[in-house]
Design a protein around this ligand. Structure first.
Ligand SMILES: NC(=O)c1ccc[n+]([C@@H]2O[C@H](COP(=O)([O-])OP(=O)(O)OC[C@H]3O[C@@H](n4cnc5c(N)ncnc54)[C@H](OP(=O)(O)O)[C@@H]3O)[C@@H](O)[C@H]2O)c1
Length: 269
């Protein structure tokens, strides 16, 4: 199975590592032999039709800052769209940063891949929150899969749980804490009396926070996830424009401590 990975940060690298380390297991259990034929970051691509080696890619990324400087397979300045159009593949994994303004660059990557009849797997919430109903239609029209289980609760896969394990049930509504960063911050403010900015820095250091923390703090990340859940589990073809959003930016240490004294807790629900 020929795979293109677009975005080689935390997620892109982790996927490439898992596909490499579990190659034998995947083959034995599923008859699936992954071959990473291209990897793209913001500066260009690395392409090999016979498959790229994860350890080499990782070394190149950390030594030179971009996979496109791979001495043998590097293609500086080659974009994700060029790669989707020109490299033979079966699946595109889209893992570029979430952008909720216009969904780019992920939206164009996903659209181009679906139009080329490639299966798409993405964790990028921007394109999904802005255009999930249209993207699902495009995937269905081109007879390919669009999958995004990792975009909501990567470690607690509620989308698959709801769709597969609860097949006989009808989900009527959903309520809960959908953003780990704000939950971490509010817990630190409550339990350790830690100011919000310090707790945020800790969350960023631990790798929980989004690249742009306002997405977490202002409730946008949680809203994106709600849109994805509503489309996938409740069959509501909504986008982020349909969601009323209130984040935690206005919450002070005093608010949190007062709530605690009342035996209550402030949470982003
Ligand atoms: N991290 C998580 O735990 C997590 C969990 C669920 C969902 N997500 C979502 O997954 C996505 C990726 O997250 P991440 O943590 O891996 O982000 P990240 O570490 O910032 O990595 C983003 C990658 O995208 C590349 N990129 C940026 N613009 C690009 C472009 N125009 N063309 C090609 N590549 C481009 C970056 O290139 P450079 O390396 O050159 O900068 C980088 O390699 C985001 O949408 C995020 O919301 C993340």
């Amino acid at each position: 199975m020929r795979i293109i990975i677009i975005g080689f940060g935390t997620v892109g690298q982790a996927v490439a590592k898992i596909l490499t380390e579990k190659e034998e297991l995947l083959l034995k259990n599923y008859g699936f032999r992954p071959s990473i034929v291209a990897v793209v970051d913001s500066k260009g691509a690395a392409i090999s039709h016979s498959g790229l080696n994860y350890n080499e890619l990782y070394k190149v990324k950390y030594s030179y800052g971009s996979v496109s400087l791979h001495p043998k397979y590097g293609q500086p300045k080659m974009s994700g769209i060029d790669v989707i159009k020109n490299v033979e593949s079966d699946i595109i994994i889209e893992a570029t940063p979430t952008n909720i303004e216009d969904g780019e660059p992920g939206l164009s990557h996903i659209e181009a891949a679906l139009k080329k009849k490639k299966h798409v797997i993405t964790v990028n919430k921007g394109p999904l929150a802005l255009a999930l109903p249209a993207l699902r239609e495009l995937a269905s029209y081109n007879n390919v899969f669009l999958r995004f289980s990792g975009s909501v609760g990567g470690g607690t896969p509620i989308l698959d749980l709801g769709k597969i394990c609860m097949r006989g049930d009808r989900t009527i509504s959903i309520k809960g804490i959908l953003n780990g960063t704000t939950n971490y911050i509010l817990t630190k403010m409550t339990d350790s009396n830690m100011p919000m900015n310090i707790a945020l820095k800790e969350a960023q250091k631990a790798g929980y926070a989004e690249a742009d923390p306002t997405y977490d703090l202002e409730g946008i990340d949680a809203a994106c996830k709600l849109v994805i859940i509503a489309n996938w589990l409740i069959n509501k073809p909504i986008t982020i424009k349909d969601v009323a959003i209130t984040g935690i930016t206005g919450i002070t240490l005093d608010d949190v401590q007062k709530a605690k004294k009342r035996g209550e807790a402030i949470k982003l629900i």
